[in-house]
Design a binder for this molecule. Structure first.
Ligand code: ADP
Ligand code: MG
Length: 612
């Protein structure tokens, strides 16, 4: 048999265009070819199971052989195979028309779309991204079939002749171009297989002939021949019923899938049959950075074939902080972003995953509060981020959000320590230590909100729970901190004058107050609103317009002995003492600037000199 044919496409030079467009994501050709091999095996098995094909009893297997001398990469399966008619139909007609459709769709788009196009997938023809010509050797499972050989160099002509295969199945032989010889490298191929084919359902062997040659010797010098190992794991844990999985298995699978050797905190096994099909495992990783939110990794699969990472249309954005695998056969392999965005099913999947995560957290909170509290610090950034991104998620979890107090307890929002309608919070335990001590000394409590995400979460919380205000512990004086001791207005005015003259700073507001804590001569307060604006500006590089001056108020404590004796000092000593008191109050709130520090040190030395 010999037949030459003309491929029916209207675009003449289709392949150079495809190569150019897909350039950024060439790797996927291997996934496409191996996925086709899987499909072919699966089809053969289903025919066997319904009695349409006779089972030959040979284990399903995919072999990938890179031959550096011949510059060929061959993917062989023992699946359904194709007759000559089928090769014509499926390869030259259907696959080509897919390619043509692709060009029609994307020819006018800018090159920025290359990443998106990568997900479009061109199935069989993606092999031309790396090959100057491709051969097919195939034999159909049907009795008395003739083996078929097909070859095309990627122009619009092809040739069909008699093939050489004796076992049903197909080999795709790719003649790799000079520029792409890296795809003949075994390590590179192994990496790609682990990325795209790690959990495919049939065993994949990479250069098995080499592998099988591996022989080691035992203690007695006897040779042990090792069977080649498949590259992939054909039965990933997500397929198993959750009740049959052990903690050990979950942890092992985590390492296998993410190469992360930090043990995950806990996990959620998703297993849905209705109204759509979805299986997967989501892991909550331990946060290694206490201040920043670490990005996670959600791998999406379709029937065990890897589609992509972190597809935000399927998995809500905030869940990307988790690590997980999701297998959703309803999502086609050759999926485009625009398909995902417009697909109602996909939106349902996303909602469902969110609900499952909220359910798991709630049941943990209800049934095992102790463990939940133990994990809280690690999962808090994730939950808060989720609330900000998705108000529905907030509604589901708002009663299980915890606030750690300065006395080390975990409280829900309802039980949070409040003064009137205010919750006081701490952003930095060491910097705000003086204020914390003052609170503790007066039997008051505040909550710790020390993570970067808290800056946003605080505003979010005020917006959602409009009856409550949050104020940083150094932003104002609650009544509970003030003493009942009465002082007369005239001496208060005098004190303010002394400080004003000594400090000579118009911008600084000065106020007197009798505090219960006598030891502190003065404290500095920062206006909550102005400070938040400043924090936002620091986070986002000043996009909120010119940075407003942080409005500071120096509160002079009239119950303090140094303050009481201040009016009796000489003018010169008053200046020393006032400046020093301001510096001490400032240190309790922030670092001194270089100039302030220089003055502070010089003044300290001067004060020491007075001691005789
Ligand atoms: P798709 O897989 O989406 O159908 P492809 O371009 O990947 O598109 O493949 C086109 C067709 O070629 C397949 O549907 C199948 O009929 C046939 N085919 C490709 N590879 C194989 C194979 N290894 N064994 C049998 N048939 C194959
Ligand atoms: Mg395919």
């Amino acid at each position: 048999m010999q037949k030459e044919g003309q491929i029916k496409v209207s675009s003449e030079n289709i392949f150079p265009i495809i190569k150019k467009w897909l350039y950024s994501d060439k790797d996927i050709f291997l996934r496409e070819i191996v996925a086709n091999a899987c499909d072919a095996i699966k089809k053969y098995q289903s025919l066997c199971s319904i009695g349409e094909a006779e089972n030959d009893g040979i284990k399903p297997r995919i072999e990938i052989i890179a031959d550096k001398n011949a510059k060929t990469l061959t993917v062989t399966d023992n699946g359904i195979g194709m007759t000559a008619d089928e090769v014509e139909k499926y390869i030259t007609q259907i696959a080509f028309s897919g390619a043509e459709e692709f060009i029609e769709k994307y020819k006018d788009k800018s090159e920025d779309n290359a990443g998106i196009i990568g997900h479009f997938g061109l199935g069989f023809y993606s092999s031309y991204m790396v090959s100057e010509s491709v051969e097919i050797e195939t034999l159909s499972y049907q009795p008395n079939s003739q083996p078929v050989h097909w070859v095309s160099d990627g122009s619009t002509t092809y040739e069909i002749t008699d093939g050489t295969r004796t076992q049903h199945g197909t080999s795709i032989i790719m003649h790799i171009t000079e520029d792409e010889e890296e795809f003949l490298d075994k390590d590179k191929l192994r990496d790609l297989l682990l990325k795209y084919c790690h959990f495919m359902p049939y065993e994949i062997y990479l250069n098995p002939a080499e592998e099988e040659a591996v022989v080691t010797k035992d203690a007695d010098g006897n040779e042990i021949k090792h069977d080649a190992k498949p590259v992939n794991n054909t039965t990933p844990l997500w397929l198993k019923a959750p009740r049959d999985c052990t903690d050990e298995e979950y942890k092992e699978f985590y390492v296998e899938a993410f190469h992360d050797f930090n043990e995950p905190l806990f996990w959620i096994h998703l297993n849905v049959d209705y109204p759509f099909n979805l299986k997967g495992i989501l892991y909550f990783p331990k946060q290694t950075d206490k201040l920043q939110v670490m990005p996670g990794e959600i791998k999406l699969y379709s029937n065990q074939v890897y589609i992509a990472d972190n597809i935000k249309e399927v998995v809500p954005e905030f869940l990307m902080l988790l690590k997980g695998v999701i297998d959703c056969p309803d999502i086609p392999l050759n999926v485009s972003r625009s398909f995902l965005q417009n697909d109602g099913e996909v939106a349902k999947i996303s909602k469902h995953i969110t609900k499952k995560v909220a359910d798991k957290l709630s049941s943990m909170f209800k049934n095992d509060r102790e463990t939940y509290e133990k994990y809280w610090d690690d999962i808090a950034p994730f939950i808060k981020f989720g609330c900000i991104k998705d108000e529905k998620f907030y509604d589901r979890v708002k009663d299980i959000i915890l606030f750690k107090t300065i006395s080390g307890e975990y409280k829900t929002f309802a039980d949070c320590p409040k003064q009137g309608d205010k919750i006081f919070y701490v952003t930095d335990e060491s910097v705000q230590a003086q204020y914390i001590d003052m609170f503790k000394a007066n039997g008051l409590d505040a909550v710790l909100l020390t993570h970067t995400i808290d800056t946003h979460f605080i505003s979010f919380l005020e917006y959602k729970e409009s009856g409550t205000k949050l104020a940083r512990i150094d932003s104002e004086l609650g009544d509970a901190l003030k003493s009942d001791e009465v002082t007369d207005d005239a001496s208060n005015e005098k004190l303010k004058e002394i400080f004003k003259t000594a400090l000579g700073d118009d911008k600084l507001e000065i106020q007197t107050e009798g505090l219960k804590v006598k030891e502190t001569p003065a404290i500095l307060l920062q206006n909550e609103y102005m400070r938040r604006m400043n924090d936002m500006n620091t986070l986002y590089g000043g996009i909120f317009g010119g940075s407003p001056e942080a409005k500071e108020t120096l509160v002079i404590n009239t119950t303090n002995d140094i303050i009481k004796t201040l009016p009796t000092l000489s003018e010169e000593n008053r200046t020393l003492v006032c400046k020093h008191i301001l510096d001490l109050a400032t240190i309790s709130q922030r670092k001194l600037t270089a100039d302030e520090l220089k003055d502070f040190v010089a003044r300290s030395v001067e004060i020491l000199g007075i001691i005789k």
